[in-house]
Design a protein around this ligand. Structure first.
Ligand SMILES: [Zn+2]
Length: 112
């Protein structure tokens, strides 16, 4: 059972964490946990159309070799842990937001 998140709530939380520009919203790949935003993809010269379709759904490693992994939510294994529920009640599997305050990848944090 995946956690279902209302689209407005998801956007609200993203805005809280990263501001109102969706390009800056960072998502965490459920497999390699690499945080990634549309700006990060853009910085790798990935096609804008590809970014719009894939961000939050496929890992940046599917587009470039030296980052992330090749995970996509379109695969047979359903590793995603949230589904966004839109205004029509349809569900969309999606990467979680990367939480900068609670990152399993955080290095040198003060939680030691
Ligand atoms: Zn990944």
């Amino acid at each position: 059972m995946h956690q279902q998140v209302n689209l407005d709530a998801f956007r609200g939380r993203a805005t809280e964490l990263y501001g109102s520009d969706p390009k800056g919203w960072k998502f965490a790949c459920p497999r390699c946990h690499t945080p990634q935003s549309a700006l990060d993809w853009d910085a790798e010269s990935i096609d804008r159309e590809v970014i719009e379709k894939q961000i939050g759904f496929s890992c940046i490693g599917r587009q470039i070799k030296d980052k992330g992994c090749n995970w996509t939510l379109g695969g047979l294994l359903q590793l995603h842990d949230i589904e966004i529920v839109d205004g029509d009640g349809n569900t969309h599997p999606h990467f979680r937001l990367h939480d900068p305050a609670n990152s399993c990848l955080s290095v040198g944090g003060d939680d030691t």
